[in-house]
Design a protein around this ligand. Structure first.
Ligand SMILES: Nc1ncnc2c1ncn2[C@@H]1O[C@H](COP(=O)(O)OP(=O)(O)OP(=O)(O)O)[C@@H](O)[C@H]1O
Ligand SMILES: [Mg+2]
Length: 517
């Protein structure tokens, strides 16, 4: 067919230690949303980096845009051919606004080194209007909502200063987005498609893939299993294609046994306050997984780090029969037996340059030391145990952390939390970027830990996490708990409804605000 916009034939990529892509064929049509799915480490990001020219593919690989061959491993060539990219980390400078962020990569209006600011700003506004999300272009990117940040990154990719964008590649654009903003982004994607842009969409969220994509290609171990129409496909069938075996439904609560109401409290937190959280109380009982839900800005995003002392907070904390009060600190949290598991997108999550073994060992040096010195052999042996237990791939303790795929980074992050044998685990977005198989092993692991003596507090923007793991969920709105759901009541619909609630506005407050709204 001649409506093929992008064609890959026999694309392979061999890294020094391994082959990440083997003989991949892929055709993306003009004006379609084409999803790229596969387990962690299956080669999705590598394929995208080959397209962008960041990686040079093996000899014999061929890439064509509108029938014209592309010079492999040449970023300027990819750009000129109309390929555009929004990488998972977005690559925005947090201190700068949209105007500068777009200019820095797509170029500024103006001549002879003088920036024509008025024209440039008008251009950026126009690009954002095309994306369809209103953004204050002077507000530093670090202070924008997640969907606004994505919009800036997409606007930047759509800039046509270097030719018309033909194919827009989005690598896990929703991994950090709350549900309402995901819907918004889906609309943006459909709008772009309807204007003839082809979209390559990478995501581990199967519902989202089936909702937005026309067709999808499945990668497994660097090979393509083929391209399929999404029409009539359901999540179970897609999960089976990706993993290669039957997968029980995500968010299935069948295996959750209720915590007895008289279960002993393991952790009590009183009057927890942060910038966003306005004095909440919570109790975690023996055997329990306590979920925390809330949209961006609700305080949910602060809570895990605050509890574990990694963000400024005050509270009264009771655990192990001891109560402490005042400022949160890591030392204080440790003293109470709390360990924090950060999402792999967090800068403090791990040291990129160091190996998997070093990263795991650093989280608890005494576990890998002999007579006060870190023993490399011991460190590798301990890391190997965690690699096996959590299914980190590749199974190589010496591999630099930074070279792992996103989902495998997340597994290392879990190992770092667990190695200290904590009394209570505090998890922040524990499945960000993990594939469907790993997601289920993380759910099983967290539930298993709770049953065997280590209960958890799980703060997540992903409702599947809460439905799949939590016995009970606190829903935050504007820094306060507006609802507590338990057992059968923990459903996606109930969570969404509670998250969308507003705190009642006190009588008279509207008048003070000038009577607007
Ligand atoms: N620069 C590199 N050097 C060596 N190996 C690499 C490099 N980049 C990726 N790999 C390896 O190639 C394989 C494919 O990784 P890739 O990042 O493409 O996976 P992915 O499908 O994007 O996974 P995820 O869903 O976790 O993001 C992995 O085994 C990874 O460890
Ligand atoms: Mg990836």
């Amino acid at each position: 067919m001649d409506d093929v916009r992008l064609r890959l034939s026999g694309v392979s990529k061999t890294f020094p230690a391994q082959r990440a892509l083997s003989d991949v064929d892929l055709e993306v049509r003009a004006g379609e949303v084409h999803a790229l799915v596969g387990e962690n480490g299956s080669g999705k990001s590598t394929l995208i980096k080959v397209l962008s020219g960041f990686h040079r593919p093996d000899p014999g690989s061929r890439i064509e845009v509108d029938g014209v061959g592309l010079d492999p491993g040449n970023p300027a060539g990819s750009l000129a051919a109309g390929l555009r990219f929004v990488h998972q980390d977005l690559g925005l400078v947090d201190e700068l606004g949209a105007a500068e962020n777009v200019g820095l990569s797509a170029g500024f209006e103006g001549k002879l080194g003088r920036i024509a600011w008025r024209a440039h700003r008008a251009r950026v506004r126009d690009l954002l209007a095309r994306v369809g999300v209103p953004v204050d272009i002077d507000r530093p990117a670090g202070r924008l909502a997640a969907v606004e940040r994505s919009a800036v990154a997409i606007a930047r990719a759509l800039d046509d200063r270097h030719g018309t964008p033909k194919v827009l590649v989005l690598d896990e654009p929703t991994a950090a987005l709350p549900p309402a903003e995901v819907d918004r982004l889906m609309q943006v994607v459909r709008g772009l498609r309807d204007r003839g842009v082809s979209i390559i969409y990478v995501s581990h969220r199967l519902g989202e893939v089936l909702g937005v994509a026309d067709r999808l290609t499945v990668l497994r171990d660097g090979r393509s299993l083929g391209t399929f129409s999404t029409e009539g496909m359901d999540e179970a069938a897609l999960a089976e294609l990706i993993v290669g075996r039957e997968v029980s439904e995500v968010g299935d609560r069948a295996g959750l046994t209720p915590v007895p109401p008289d279960a002993r409290p393991v952790l009590s937190v009183g009057d927890l306050r942060t910038d966003l959280v306005r004095g909440i109380d919570l109790t975690l009982r023996e055997g329990e997984v306590l979920g925390v839900a809330g949209i961006a800005g609700s305080g949910r995003e602060d809570l895990a780090e605050a509890l574990a002392g990694a963000a400024p907070a005050t509270m009264a904390l009771t655990a192990g029969g001891v109560t402490t009060t005042g400022q949160a600190s890591v030392a204080r949290a440790r003293q109470h037996g709390l360990a924090l598991v950060l999402p792999n997108s967090h800068p403090a999550c791990a040291v990129r340059e160091q190996s998997v073994a070093e990263n795991i060992g650093l989280a608890r040096p005494t576990a890998v030391a002999r007579r006060g010195w870190v023993s490399r052999r011991r460190e590798h042996a301990v890391a190997r145990e965690w690699i096996e237990r959590l299914g980190v791939s590749p199974r190589d303790p010496a591999r630099p952390y930074g070279l792992l795929s996103g989902g495998n980074k997340q597994k290392v992050s879990l190992a770092r939390g667990l190695i200290g044998a904590p009394e209570v685990l505090v998890l922040d977005d524990p499945t960000s970027g993990v594939d469907i198989g790993a997601r289920q092993s993380i759910y099983a692991l967290v539930r298993g830990l709770a049953a065997s003596g280590t209960p958890s507090v799980v703060c997540s923007s992903d409702l599947d996490d809460l439905v799949g793991m939590a016995d009970r969920v606190l829903v935050l709105v504007d820094g306060e708990v507006v609802e507590e759901l338990e057992g059968e009541d923990v459903t996606e619909a109930r969570l969404l409804a509670a998250m969308a609630r507003r705190r009642p506005v006190p009588v008279g407050a509207l008048a003070e605000m000038g009577g607007e709204r």
